[in-house]
Design a protein around this ligand. Sequence first.
Ligand SMILES: [Zn+2]
Length: 457
Amino acid sequence: MTRKQDKFVPIRPNRVNMFVCGPTVWDVSHIGHGKTYVAYDIIARYLRRKGFSVFFLLNVTDVDDKIIKKAHDLGEQPLVLAKRLAKSFFKDMKDLHVESVNLYANASDHIPEIIDQVSGLLKKGLAYRVEDDVYFDISKFPGYGKLSHQKLEDLTVHRVDPDPRKKHPGDFALWKGEKPGEIFWDSPWGRGRPGWHVEDTAITLTYFGPTYDVHGGGTELIFPHHEAEIAQAEGLTGKQPLARYWLHTGLLSIKGEEMHKSLGNFITIQEMIQKVGTAGLRVFYAGTHYKSPLDFTDQALEQAVSLARRFRRAYDQMLLARAKIGNQKTETAAVLKRLDEARDDFFRAMDDDFNTPGALAAYIKIIGLAEEEAKNPKNKSVNAMIEALEDLGSIIGVLETGTVAQDRVAELVNFVFELRNELRSKRDFQSADRIRDRMAKLGFVVEDSAEETRWIT
Ligand SMILES: [Zn+2]
């Protein structure tokens, strides 16, 4: 809104109400959607790490033109199609480790609130009926254009429904009268369904009231979607602002082109996770500031994936070192000071409008310290490294294990080592050593100690 960075002061101290525009569930989600939701996931994780109690609300648009059209093409009920694709979206979020969302709210579950909002806008004279349709009258809301910094007379309205019966070409639909064969609900204006923009404000008014702290979504939603949300909510409640802070994520492109099924460059979240794992993909996203566009190239992805592996390796080395050295008392003041500096760098970067590339750079410094430490590990610094890598790693989500496939491999390896331990307890050391040597060749190094057997990759 201000086109600059502002100091973050939530309405209530220590509480953050955050709403992010969720998916329209008419198709599977691609890695561009993944960029957006991982960005807000990192933001929510960070705010929580800083001590805020965050309520992260994400809506699911399950009533929409695209859903109706696709359902018609497939001969399916629109809400059935939407439910199926919402389920696939939730799986994507789970596999991406987007864990910070408190509530997913479906538009179709809030039809009464939507009808109330449209009625209220009609009563206030901010909306008008054209037969069974209801439109918002943008000329009646003086602030229209304040988020996208446009004046009413030079609005770019090509993205708004064309309808010659409207008073202004930029007026947008609040309620759409039933068309033959389409899904509908009863309303004071006859059967019909909500427009897109009013779904979100009905949801946020329900859970957050007239004003909340953070509104997020992709940059492409600024106009008309978010502009429309402001007009509806502020027009109806008379309270300003709808959201104190707006955060918009930059688009993801593929080798310079917009991702599109017709261009054959459409990559789903599931395909990518199967290919590179969750941690690699999250490092790839975090390598670019949330509001910047991100161009996907194989090279950039490979760099991120090998970085994620390096994080994991260094962390595992520290775990192994801890298991080896036990509680010996050793002095490591110099390295602890460098660790603190890197940790401060991480927080300074994140405090600066969630600068994840800066935070990653600080994390890499700690990884470097851990790799150095692994050569001659000392108890106190190893523990401090593990603590820092886990703490900061959990904000970006870089240490978590990735795909289902990786989890299965881990299970299988554990099983093989379980069998090996059984052989050892039966004093069949020859077979046990054979397994150890073979696994070592595959990159799974076994460490036996009195109390446990650990493996690292
Ligand atoms: Zn929205």
